[in-house]
Design a binder for this molecule. Structure first.
Ligand SMILES: Nc1ncnc2c1ncn2[C@@H]1O[C@H](COP(=O)(O)OP(=O)(O)OP(=O)(O)O)[C@@H](O)[C@H]1O
Ligand SMILES: [Mg+2]
Length: 463
């Protein structure tokens, strides 16, 4: 029997070398990574097939009268029921028992909302604010620190905006593809990611350059196969539908990482190519900003070319971070990197613009906000207050609480808006949902303010 002093020894003492050797197993070579990757893939497939419909499709849960009248359409329950009864052509919902609550698909909720907006009181906000002739707003969620809640924030905002009645496009620029899995996107290779759109933008630049070369009597540079093929790709070819009727996604997968090596090569060959404009130019050419109300861009934990493209395209930039010293410190350096990256692009461009007598350029965002995520008020109040004191209005005052409801979500149910509230204690659900509703409300405040600013500027320009 072990003596008392031995029993108290911490676990890293008394490790027997021979015993350690026998449990070590053989050394690992490159093939070992392949074996591990295949094991992960098999497990992943198992997980993702659970809870799928027979067709292999993912489906969104239903919404009850309680949830609709509490969260989605601002009407009293009694009035809601009377309106449905008086209009038998409207979706009537389904119930599990004769007297049970009625449940509706999100598609049906959207139809009901449109009906209330057309027929109901004009004083009520049935449809969210969206100036008619103005383009969609693009929102990038970025921080070069990993695991700060970029994807969770972007996914939850996309879902809350969709529930609120906006039409949403989600763009995954992260080759980890987390956002793509959340929305069930199927991406075979880089041709189903943003990659060919960036290639198309570069190919368009090269075609113009070739015209100039011909005009000067120089020999044009032929486009390689990738670039010629990319010229035919439209954003709409890549965008996929999701199990949300009003959320589409442009997916990502591992091969997208290749873009980080390819883009600098193109830039070397075409010094004048404005790579940072690629995403916004392509979306504009393809009419994406008229098709959607909001575009959410999830970025990788790095300030690479893809992130720069996403940031340059964005109107609103959200930078999630936890209320901890390490995340605050690292986020400060991220802003420093943003400053030097974008100012070096501006000075190089403007040097050339001045030489050619052209207008100078400057990047501009409607709003830039840091957002505290995974907030624990019992442990982090002091740190959050310090961050607030230094960052002032740049730090959104609405902190997104840490909630167990996110961690619990499995492969089929991603986050609070996809979870069925009947699986949780009602109070836990209401609190968990509240924290993401508040994050959305803070974002919507920025969105509406930015659209309003554009709307007033447009009126002034016409007057
Ligand atoms: N409010 C929250 N409460 C609890 N857990 C959260 C919350 N937000 C995010 N998480 C968890 O934190 C982890 C990291 O979140 P997420 O993947 O969104 O970060 P990320 O910044 O996108 O990471 P990466 O840099 O790898 O892209 C995830 O496990 C997620 O479930
Ligand atoms: Mg992420």
């Amino acid at each position: 029997m072990a003596s008392e002093s031995q029993a108290k020894l911490p676990p890293y003492f008394s490790i027997d070398p021979d015993q350690a050797l026998s449990s070590l197993g053989p050394s690992t070579g490159t093939d070992g990574f392949g074996v591990i990757a295949r094991a992960c893939d098999a497990g992943r497939q198992d997980l993702s097939s659970r809870g799928l419909e027979e067709s292999g499709e993912r489906s969104l849960r239903m919404f009850s009268t309680w949830e609709i009248t509490r969260y989605l359409i601002p009407v009293a329950k009694g009035h809601f029921r009377r309106v449905l009864k008086a209009n038998p052509d409207l979706p009537q919902g389904r119930s599990e028992t004769t007297a049970g609550a009625k449940w509706f698909t999100l598609d049906e909720v959207l139809k009901l909302r449109a009906f209330f907006a057309a027929e109901g009181s004009k004083a009520k906000e049935y449809l969210p604010y969206r100036p008619a002739d103005l383009p969609a707003k693009m929102v990038a969620v970025a921080n070069f620190k990993g695991g700060v809640g970029k994807t969770s924030t972007a996914a939850h905002l996309a879902m809350s905006a969709a529930l609120d009645g906006y039409k949403v496009l989600v763009v995954d620029l992260d080759s980890q593809g987390s956002m793509t899995s959340i929305f069930g996107g199927q991406v075979e290779d880089e041709w189903q990611t943003v990659f060919p759109l960036l290639a198309r933008h570069y190919a368009g630049y090269q075609r113009l350059e070739n015209q100039r070369r011909l005009d000067r009597g120089d020999i044009p540079q032929p486009l390689d196969d990738t670039l010629s093929d990319a010229l035919d790709v439209k954003t709409q070819d890549i965008v996929q539908k999701t199990h949300w009727p009003n959320i589409d996604i442009m997916g990502a997968q591992l091969n997208l990482y290749w873009a980080e090596f390819q883009i600098p090569v193109w830039r070397m060959q075409g010094r004048g190519w404005k790579l940072w404009d690629a995403l916004s130019d392509v979306f504009e050419e393809d009419g994406i900003l008229g098709e959607y109300d909001l575009v959410f861009i999830d970025t990788p934990p790095a300030l690479g070319y893809l992130t720069i493209n996403g940031l340059a395209a964005a109107d609103i930039l959200l930078v999630p971070l936890g209320a901890s010293f390490l995340e605050f410190d690292s986020t400060g350096r991220f802003f420093d990197m943003l400053h030097s990256t974008f100012s070096s692009i501006e000075s190089a461009e403007n040097l050339a613009a001045r030489a050619l007598g052209r207008d100078e350029m400057a990047f501009q965002w409607d709003a830039v906000r840091a957002v505290v995520t995974r907030y624990d008020s019992t442990q982090q109040a002091e740190m959050a207050a310090l961050m607030q004191a230094y960052l002032g209005p740049t730090l959104s005052p609405h902190r997104q609480d840490f909630t167990a409801l996110i961690g619990q979500a499995g492969e089929q149910v991603q986050g609070i808006y996809e979870a069925d509230y009947r699986n949780f204690n009602r109070e836990t659900y209401v609190r968990g949902r509240q924290t993401f509703d508040v994050t959305y409300a803070a974002f919507k405040q920025l969105l509406i303010g930015a659209w309003r600013r554009d709307e007033l500027a447009q009126k002034e320009a016409v007057a």
